[in-house]
Design a protein around this ligand. Structure first.
Ligand code: SF4
Ligand code: ZN
Length: 324
């Protein structure tokens, strides 16, 4: 095969043969036209749902959306595939950010006829996230506290709806978390790390359908589908360690294309086969869950859950409803 014919072949869409190629996916060595990229993307999402048996068409599915490309892409795909899906947005009250993100999600859902529920943190918790961030102790990361708060309200909302909670975590997020857990040997976290967290004792079923899809792909998908996304960086994200792991995992991907998908798939395949953790490791992380004495939310620590402890520390009683 001569160099010229190779170049011509490379310029054709691998699926339909058209010369109208718009995407080259280096990790898969795949060139695609716009139409076939969109089907490829949807298939990857469906593959994740099937591989992990995340949910079926009989389930009510709620997608937690932030206005960013990942959560809007997964919501769009599930809606397109005909799942019984609705959306929830937590207005964190981050100055100059949350208002704009809220406008984006409202427009997105309105255009598609998707039911959207808004949860205002200030109403439920008594403080906005930027106020909470100011009151944290030195060295405490706003993102980890924000994560706890978001999980709490999303879980509560989905329990009321008896729904499966979908998040927009992607392959890259999963790889970054896996790398972080491995380099610090957080065995407990590694045992728990999964694309599906089962429904149990006050916790809803949580799933990540973008487990086999990278962020570059979600960006291209949103662009091709004409989805307006909220792109501003959250001012509270400075110093988040997850960003460091993500940067490093991406530099490995640049050196070894396809590495991220092999890393994450390999982890889950071997975990499924029982090749990574023995019974002892699994039993060791099984902790007894009790209910928070104030709000009834399940908690591993005795007494109050993390959110009620945080409210107490910040001097808020947190009474009142946060859903509109
Ligand atoms: Fe919350 Fe951090 Fe995300 Fe900002 S970047 S919304 S603080 S998790
Ligand atoms: Zn509580």
């Amino acid at each position: 095969m001569g160099g010229k014919s190779y170049l011509i072949r490379k310029r054709r869409c691998r699926i339909c043969g058209s010369r109208d190629v718009e995407v080259f996916l280096r990790s898969y060595n795949l060139t695609l036209c716009r139409k076939d990229f969109i089907s490829f993307f949807k298939k990857r999402v469906e593959e994740g749902i099937r591989f992990f048996r995340m949910f079926s068409r009989d389930d009510k599915v709620v997608v937690g959306i932030s206005g960013g490309k990942d959560s809007l892409a997964v919501l769009d795909v599930l809606h397109e595939l005909g799942y019984d899906v609705e959306a929830v947005f937590i207005d964190l009250g981050i100055h100059n950010v949350s208002e704009k993100a809220r406008e984006v999600v409202e427009k997105f859902c309105e255009e598609r006829g998707i039911i959207l529920t808004l949860i205002e943190l200030e109403r439920g918790f008594g403080l906005r996230m930027d106020e909470i961030a100011k009151r944290l102790n030195r060295g405490e990361s706003a993102c980890s506290i924000c994560g706890v708060i978001k999980r709490y309200y999303l879980n509560k909302f989905c329990i009321e709806k008896d729904a499966v909670l979908v998040t927009g975590h992607t392959l890259w997020d999963e790889a970054a978390v896996l790398l972080g857990n491995l380099v610090q040997w957080k065995i407990e976290y590694l045992v728990r790390q999964d694309a599906v967290l089962p429904k149990e004792e006050g916790f809803v079923r949580k799933v990540k359908p973008l487990i086999f899809v990278g962020e570059k792909e979600t960006a291209v998908y949103c662009y091709f589908r004409g989805i307006d996304v909220f792109e501003e960086v959250c001012p509270l994200s400075k110093g988040a360690t997850s960003r460091v792991y993500k940067r490093n995992i991406l530099s490995l991907e640049r050196e070894f294309p396809g590495m991220i998908i092999r890393f994450v798939k390999g982890f889950y395949k071997n975990k499924k086969r029982g090749m990574i953790f023995g019974r002892e490791a699994i039993d060791n992380v099984a902790k007894e869950v009790s209910l928070c004495q104030r709000c009834g939310y399940p908690t591993i620590a005795a007494g109050l859950c993390k959110v009620c402890r945080l409210k107490e520390r910040l001097g808020r009683d947190g009474k009142g409803s946060c859903c509109e």
